[in-house]
Design a protein around this ligand. Structure first.
Ligand SMILES: Cc1ncc(COP(=O)(O)O)c(C=O)c1O
Length: 397
């Protein structure tokens, strides 16, 4: 299929809808989901909701074989998803200090059966215990999956849990097991330096080689350490799950015997940051369209909106990618603007006022914070419109 056909399909599927607008291409979403399931090789995939941020899409994915449970990002979100019946197995992947939400969890038996909280500090345990009352609250220990070469003098990976060694984790597990209000059900170790770092940074071959070497060594180190940690904690108590990985590491994380499930979300929408991985490919499944509202001069069109920058270290990769028609680029002085975005290139001369430019966001779920609805399309067919989290009035972070 040529690039022009793709653009014509998107335009046809959204004909009559006003831009700015966002779409999810269900055929691409399903193909991406199937790719993740293949890579997980039989282990269930817990859907990372931060990378989806739309109840309708979460339900589509959870209905597919190979997906089970949600990895949520806040407790209020998890309570909402549980009460809406989206899932009865929700792991909140980040610690909470929200005592109102903790009290709501303790007061709701069905939610308390469905939701598991993340802990890595005695202070988290105190907060949960204070709210729990007579209710037992399910908890999961977050493990630092970072890579620490050169005798620990270098540290690569997200700054999350302080618990790194088997001894530290089992000591903390013993601490949890002494508290009757807490039920230790799982372990999680997210290797961001593998799952979240693409090994094909454009135009940087030396960096690509360094990333690949680091990731190979980190995989070996983590597989050993994770297995030792799981053994140590399983000697103390039964565990329902051991979660690991993300879109960028599904196959290697799933291959570890000690891991019972993997997490993934971004690979469903396949935003442009995920073009930088050599191990897998995906189809752009989430896009947004901006209308051309001006033609300042030949070779330039100006679109309405567009400044939807992604989180992370502030660099040019955080800008959405002008996708279709191909060959458009930002004005270096303006970038993607708060209310208007000029785009340069010969393709600009093919566009009239009122035409659309299609963009890909850098990351997955963040696009949904800019749009109240997603139009689900299939080929050139409009299927239905579903609200995003934002469209349902929820901004959880
Ligand atoms: C704990 C955890 N697991 C998994 C993921 C991977 O999510 P994704 O597949 O969207 O990259 C993340 C992303 O930040 C995470 O924080």
């Amino acid at each position: 299929m040529t690039v022009l056909n793709l653009r014509e399909r998107y335009d046809a599927a959204t004909h009559g809808l006003e831009a700015p607008l966002a779409v999810v291409d269900l055929a691409a979403l399903r193909a991406n989901a199937a790719g993740l399931v293949r890579r997980a090789a039989g282990k269930p995939i817990r859907v990372a909701s931060k990378s989806v941020r739309c109840r309708g899409v979460l339900e589509e994915v959870l209905a597919m074989d190979g997906f089970a449970g949600i990895m949520a990002f806040t407790l209020p979100e998890a309570l909402w998803l549980a009460r809406e019946g989206v899932s009865d197995d929700i792991l909140v992947a980040y610690p909470t200090t929200d005592s109102t939400a903790l009290s709501a969890l303790a007061a709701d038996p069905a939610a308390a059966r469905a939701i598991t909280l993340m802990v890595d500090s005695p202070t988290h345990l105190d907060l949960i215990e204070d709210a729990a009352g007579d209710r037992q609250i399910r908890v999961c220990i977050d493990i630092d999956a970072s890579y620490r070469p050169f005798g620990g003098r270098v540290r690569i990976g997200a700054l999350r849990s302080p618990l790194y060694t088997p001894a530290q984790v089992s000591e903390f597990a013993e601490h949890i097991l002494k508290r009757s209000a807490l039920n230790l059900v799982g372990l999680m170790a997210y290797e961001s330096q593998i799952a979240g770092v693409g090994d094909l940074p454009p135009g940087r071959p030396a960096r690509a080689r360094a990333i690949r070497t680091m990731q190979r060594r980190s995989r070996i180190e983590l597989a050993r350490r994770r297995a030792a940690i799981v053994r140590a904690v399983r000697d103390l108590t039964d565990l329902e799950f051991v979660n690991g990985g993300g879109t960028g590491s599904v196959e290697s994380t799933a291959a570890e015997r000690s891991v019972t499930e993997v997490a993934a979300g971004s690979g469903l929408y396949h935003p442009h940051l995920f073009d930088q991985y050599s191990g897998f490919t995906g189809r752009p499944a989430a896009l947004f369209a901006l209308p051309v509202v001006r033609r300042p001069r030949p070779g330039v069109v100006t679109c309405l909106g567009g400044g939807y920058l992604a989180s992370g270290p502030a660099d040019h990769i955080r800008l959405p990618q002008p996708y279709l028609p191909s060959g458009l680029s930002y004005d270096p002085d303006e970038g993607a603007g708060e209310v208007q975005t000029p785009l340069l290139g010969r393709a600009a001369d093919l566009l009239d006022i009122g035409d659309r430019v299609w963009f890909r966001h850098t990351k997955a779920g963040e696009m949904c914070e800019r749009f109240a609805v997603l139009h689900l399309i299939e080929g050139e067919r409009f299927v239905r419109t579903v609200p995003t989290y934002r469209g349902e009035g929820h901004t959880f972070v």
